[in-house]
Design a protein around this ligand. Structure first.
Ligand SMILES: Cc1cc2nc3c(=O)[nH]c(=O)nc-3n(C[C@H](O)[C@H](O)[C@H](O)COP(=O)(O)O)c2cc1C
Length: 461
C-alpha cells in the first residue's frame, strides 16, 4: 500500500527530494527554504531542526504527478486535476471501510500520555514552523483532524491549521463551513467536550480525503481507503474514542472543552493573511512512529497548500453543471477553472450555451454568482463568468481566450457587478462572447471537417 514513507522514498529515488542536513530554525528560515524548494518543483527534507529531535518534510503533494505517486497510480505522468477529481469522485461513490489493527506504528513511541507519564502533554518538541511575519505563531499545517460526528457517530476528517501556544495548549482554526464547527456547537450545547486527533504524516490519501467535501454519512477515512484501493488500517487512539490511521508518523490527541476562543492569523491560500477566532484545545496524548518524519505544508500561496486546497473545490463544477442544466435548458456545458491551479477566490466559470440561445447575459451571470455549489457561495470563490457558444470548448483556456478576444467586441459584452448581497464580496465580472446570428459567418471558427478521426499516430511510419 502506498503511504507517506513510500512517497518520500519514491521522491528520493526519482531525484525529486532535496536534502538539508544543516540545522535550520523552524521560524521563518525553514519556510523560506521550503518555499524555494517548491519553486524548483522539489520536495525537501530537513534532517536537523533547531530545538527538535524530529526531521521535517514538505513540498510533497504538489498536485498532478505527485498525487499519482502518492496514490500508487501508474504512470504518474499525465495525471492532473481532472484525473484526480475523477478518482476522488469514484472514491466518494464507493468508500471502503477501515480495518482495525493492533501494534500500530503510530503508537510505537508514546511520547506523552496525560495521566501516565506526566500531568500534561508537552508539544514543544514538535518542529512546528512559523511561516510569515504576521502569523500569530507556529502552526501545524499538514495535520488531518479526526473527530466523530455527534449526530450519527460517523468518523470525520478535515485539515485544520493549529496554532501551537506552548505546552499542551493550542488553537484550532475552524472555518465557518466546516463539519467540525457544527460538531463543536452540538457538543457544547450538550455540555460535552469535542475530541480531535490530529494526525501528521498519515497516508497521503487521508489528507486528500480530509480536504474534500464529504457528505455527513460517509467517513473521510473510508474515502481514503477507496483512493488507495484497500481498507485503511486504523487503531484506537490512546486517550480518545477515535480511530487513527495506523501508519501516521505522529498522532496528537486533543480535547476541546469550554468556550475559550483565541484569535489566530496566518498566511492563507490567496497569498493574503486570514484569521478567525478558534477554540482552545488541550493535548491529552502525543504518540509517534520510531524515527518519525514531521510533515509541514508551506502556507500562503505554497504549491502543496493550493494543490490540496483545490480538492475542496472539486464538487463545485458537477453541482453547478447540474443546477444550470435544469434551470437553463440552453446550457450545454460548464467548466470551472482556477488558474494557475490555485484555491482562493480567483476562479472563472465558463458556461457554454446552445448557439442562438436568447438567454439574457447579465441575468445569467447574476444567476451563477448567486448560486451555492460544492458548499460555497460561488460569488466568494469566482471572479469571472464567461458565456460562450457551443463551438467553443469550455475546457480549453485557449479557446475561451480566443472567444473573448474575437467575439466580445463591444462594451455591452462586459458586465460589471458590484452589488451582490454578500458581505465582503467586491467586483465580479461577466463576459458574454455569444455571437448574434447575423455576425456568425464572419466570426465562425476554422474547422477541418472530420479531423477528430484523422490521428497522426495512425499515419506515422
Ligand atoms: C492545506 C489545507 C489547509 C486547510 N486549513 C484549514 C483550516 O485551517 N481551517 C479550516 O476550517 N479548513 C481548512 N482547510 C479546509 C478544510 O480542510 C476542508 O474544508 C475540509 O473539508 C473541512 O472538513 P470538515 O467539513 O469535515 O470539517 C484546509 C485545507 C487544506 C487543503
Amino acid at each position: 500500500m502506498p503511504d507517506f514513507r513510500q512517497l518520500l522514498n519514491a521522491l528520493d529515488t526519482h531525484g525529486e527530494l532535496l536534502r538539508v542536513s544543516r540545522t535550520v530554525d523552524r521560524q521563518f528560515e525553514l519556510p523560506a527554504l521550503l518555499k524555494q524548494a517548491e519553486q524548483r518543483r522539489k520536495a525537501i527534507l530537513f534532517s536537523s531542526v533547531a530545538d527538535s529531535p524530529f526531521p521535517v518534510a514538505g513540498g510533497l503533494l504538489t498536485g498532478g504527478a505527485r498525487f499519482a505517486t502518492a496514490l500508487g497510480r501508474q504512470p504518474a505522468a499525465g495525471y492532473g486535476v481532472e484525473e484526480h477529481r475523477a478518482d476522488v469522485s469514484r472514491a466518494l461513490a464507493a468508500p471502503l471501510s477501515t480495518i482495525q489493527v493492533d501494534d500500530a506504528p503510530c503508537q510505537q513511541v508514546k511520547a506523552a500520555v496525560a495521566g501516565s507519564n506526566g500531568a500534561s502533554v508537552d508539544c514543544d518538541a514538535l518542529p512546528v514552523p512559523t511561516c510569515f511575519e504576521g502569523d500569530t505563531g507556529p502552526f501545524l499545517t499538514a495535520a488531518a483532524g479526526i473527530s466523530r460526528n455527534p449526530d450519527n457517530g460517523v468518523i470525520n476528517a478535515g485539515i485544520y491549521r493549529v496554532l501551537m501556544l506552548g505546552g499542551d495548549r493550542m488553537v484550532v482554526s475552524i472555518g465557518p463551513g466546516s463539519d467540525l464547527l457544527r460538531f463543536l456547537a452540538t457538543n457544547r450545547a450538550a455540555g460535552k467536550p469535542t475530541e480531535v486527533a490530529f494526525v501528521i504524516g498519515a497516508n497521503p490519501a487521508v489528507l486528500m480525503a480530509a480536504a474534500a467535501k464529504v457528505p455527513a454519512e460517509i467517513s473521510e477515512l473510508d474515502v481514503a481507503g477507496a483512493l488507495i484501493g484497500e481498507p485503511l488500517p486504523v487503531t484506537a487512539a490512546e486517550q480518545l474514542d477515535l480511530p487513527v490511521p495506523a501508519d501516521s508518523e505522529f498522532v496528537l490527541e486533543t480535547v476541546i472543552e469550554g468556550d475559550e476562543v483565541m484569535p489566530n492569523v496566518m498566511g492563507e491560500f490567496g497569498d493574503l493573511y486570514g484569521g478567525r477566532d478558534g477554540p482552545v484545545a488541550r493535548a491529552v496524548a502525543l504518540t509517534h512512529r520510531r524515527e518519525p518524519v514531521f510533515h509541514t505544508i508551506m502556507a500562503g500561496a505554497g504549491k502543496e497548500h493550493n494543490s490540496l486546497g483545490m480538492i475542496i473545490l472539486y464538487a463545485i463544477e458537477p453541482e453547478l453543471r447540474e443546477s444550470l442544466r435544469s434551470s437553463h435548458p440552453d446550457v450545454t456545458d460548464v467548466c470551472v477553472v482556477f488558474e494557475p491551479p490555485k484555491m482562493g477566490m480567483t476562479g472563472e466559470v465558463r458556461v457554454q450555451l446552445r448557439r442562438g440561445s436568447t438567454v439574457d447575459g447579465e441575468a445569467l451571470v447574476r444567476h451563477v454568482l448567486g448560486l451555492r455549489a460544492g458548499g460555497y457561495d460561488l460569488a466568494r470563490v469566482l471572479r469571472k463568468v464567461v458565456l460562450v457558444d457551443d463551438d467553443v470548448d469550455v475546457s480549453r483556456s485557449a479557446d475561451v481566450t480566443w472567444a473573448i478576444n474575437n467575439r466580445a467586441l463591444s462594451t455591452d459584452r462586459f458586465i460589471f457587478i458590484d452589488d451582490l448581497p454578500l458581505p465582503g464580496v467586491g467586483l465580479r465580472r461577466g463576459i458574454d462572447t455569444r455571437v448574434a446570428e447575423a455576425d456568425y459567418e464572419a466570426l465562425q471558427r476554422l474547422v477541418i471537417p472530420g479531423s477528430e478521426a484523422v490521428l497522426l499516430d495512425d499515419y506515422l511510419d
